[in-house]
Design a protein around this ligand. Structure first.
Ligand SMILES: *[C@@H]1O[C@H](CO)[C@@H](O)[C@H](O)[C@H]1NC(C)=O
Ligand SMILES: *[C@@H]1O[C@H](CO)[C@@H](O)[C@H](O)[C@H]1NC(C)=O
Ligand SMILES: *[C@@H]1O[C@H](CO)[C@@H](O)[C@H](O)[C@H]1NC(C)=O
Length: 521
């Protein structure tokens, strides 16, 4: 999953916000409606290599930039954590597969660790045991009748490539394509759904524009855009490689996974706030989605215009946002067979010229939107995370209105964080309510949604939050050398949803909830 930095965390109490929320009530099934999903709807569960695998130097694996950085900066997380062992999935993947089977999901999304396969980042040397690890994992999944969905890059860049500047270096486009080719060669016979890059926005904004995420390059206003630009080109080249050389005989699909908070106007009757929310959505999701999914291609006009004009005002000779050539625009347009979407939370948006926490130049300053949380919305775990289910439905509709309905959306991540415990009634409620909003998007709004992946299989390393916040359907005991896994209530409930393809609101016992949604909405 993701995190965010530099958002205003001021709670606001706005009557207008309360009015615009039509939260579903808890007893949704009382009206006799069956909240079910099509038979072929994909229910799955997601993880990422660095967050669960451990085995950081096992069997010839190279270092990723997260290994290197966390070893040098234990103070980066509140619990001085790193990914050396994590949930030890490198050794316990068979147990993981038993859990996935128990969840009744037919799809498992995981990522390949680039440095486990290519320790130097480049394709001149393939680490055989690393390559074999994923082969075994994939074979075991297939034997269990679970379809693998594979992410090529979920943030763990090989350190030798980071030393060359990571995604600020155009050469990374070639290295990524070379790596993609290795992966398609190794696993393309059995992997038929690929996603190239996970959450480029979080990665670039927090990692190149600030020190909130590794690589912690504080190149605000410049680095985010270089990173975005080269990641987009790398994605397009990898997609075209597959389309040209692999698709004809492997018959798979390739997409990208983008993240989006929903941007809700702070005051829904205020034209400035409405415009601010739209601008935010364009800068954070549109920046990546528009070049790929829009009819016109290229960056969104509002993003191009603002960064160009603010750069000029700041006396830069050229815009801080690089430009695509006609050929690149063409290559990017349509370079995804599905729209992978990660969504967790919603913020209230209003227009602002400058906030204390913003640097200049920066993406925050270019966007000119202030983010706040609504203090009425439940905040069950991490600082950045509040629960507002209707934002999910609005996001689907925004995507449909922007890019049309031809390309199916696959929700590649959605889930809730708390501080632990297996009686996770609030997580049960989160899944039910977010799935209900997705159901409404499919059935009332006719959004083209093909699948849903819960984040996440088990408690894991949550980047800046270390192991302090928990997203898992299964609990992991990080104090035990065995990394013992135990199922939570949410696992039982989600497995029922995946099995029946239906939301059952009776799973929720209102008196056990910390947050009573009926009272809130
Ligand atoms: C919301 O915006 C409208 C239009 O500008 C304004 O009249 C109203 O007072 C605002 N409401 C609040 C609670 O600020
Ligand atoms: C840009 O340069 C002009 C001329 O030197 C100067 O007056 C102005 O303050 C500069 N603008 C900024 C934003 O630094
Ligand atoms: C689902 O979760 C509820 C808590 O909300 C729990 O009481 C119940 O046992 C679970 N049951 C099933 C069948 O999923």
């Amino acid at each position: 999953m993701r995190s965010s930095s530099r958002v205003a965390l001021v709670g606001t109490v706005l009557a207008s916000v309360l009015c615009l929320v039509h939260g579903n009530t808890l007893g949704g099934s009382e009206d006799g409606v069956k909240y079910d999903f099509p038979n072929d709807f994909m229910f799955g569960v997601s993880t990422a290599a660095f967050q669960i695998e451990g085995g950081w130097n096992a069997d010839g694996k190279g270092e990723s930039m997260w290994d290197t950085y966390l070893h040098e900066h234990p103070e980066y997380t509140p619990d001085h954590a790193n990914g050396d062992v994590a949930a030890d999935s490198y050794h316990k993947y068979k147990e993981d597969i038993e859990m996935i089977k128990e969840l009744n999901v037919k799809y498992y999304r995981f990522s390949l660790s680039w440095p486990r396969i290519l320790p130097y980042g480049t394709d001149n040397y393939i680490n055989k045991p690393g390559a074999t690890y994923y082969r075994k994992l994939i074979e075991e999944l297939r034997m269990a009748n679970i379809t693998p969905v594979v992410t090529l890059f979920h943030w763990d860049l090989p350190t030798p490539l980071m030393d060359l500047g990571g995604w600020s270096n155009r050469k990374m486009v070639d290295y990524f394509v070379d790596y993609a080719r290795v992966a398609f060669d190794l696993y393309g016979d059995v992997v038929k759904i690929w996603t190239t890059i996970n959450e480029p926005h979080q990665h670039c904004y927090n990692g190149y524009g600030s020190d909130y995420f590794v690589p912690a390059i504080v190149s605000n206003g410049v680095g985010e855009y270089l990173c975005a630009h080269y990641i987009l080109l790398a994605h397009a080249e990898a997609y075209r490689l597959y389309e040209r050389e692999y698709k004809p005989h492997q018959h798979g699909r390739v997409g990208i996974t983008l993240d989006a908070f929903w941007g809700e106007p702070r005051n829904s009757s205020n034209a400035n706030d409405i415009e601010a929310a739209e601008r935010y959505n364009q800068f954070h999701l549109g920046l990546y989605a528009h070049p790929i999914y829009s009819k016109k291609g290229d960056y969104p006009d509002i993003v191009r215009m603002r960064i160009d004009s603010i750069s000029a005002y700041q006396n830069f000779t050229r815009s801080r946002l690089p430009s695509f050539t006609e050929d690149e625009i063409h290559k990017l347009k349509g370079s995804s067979d599905f729209f992978g979407l990660n969504h967790y939370t919603t913020f209230l948006m209003s227009s602002s010229l400058m906030e204390d926490a913003w640097r200049v130049p920066s993406m925050d300053h270019d966007t000119g939107v202030k983010l706040e949380q609504n203090s009425y919305w439940p905040k069950p775990g991490a600082e950045w995370f509040t629960v507002y289910p209707p934002g999910f439905r609005k996001l689907f509709n925004w995507i449909k209105n922007e890019y049309g309905n031809d390309i199916p959306i696959i929700v590649t991540e959605n889930g809730m964080c708390d501080f632990g415990g297996r009686k996770d009634y609030d997580r049960v409620q989160y899944y039910n309510q977010y799935l209900h909003q997705m159901w409404l998007a499919i059935n009332k709004d006719k959004c083209n949604i093909e699948g849903y992946f819960a984040w996440t299989l088990m408690d894991d390393f949550e980047w800046k939050d270390g192991y302090t916040v928990k997203f898992g359907l299964y609990e992991v005991d990080f104090d035990s050398p065995e990394r013992t896994r135990r199922k939570k209530l949410s696992a039982i409930n989600y497995s029922n949803i995946a099995k029946t393809k239906q939301i059952d609101f009776n799973f929720i016992k209102p008196h056990l909830l910390k947050y009573n949604m009926n009272a809130i909405f």
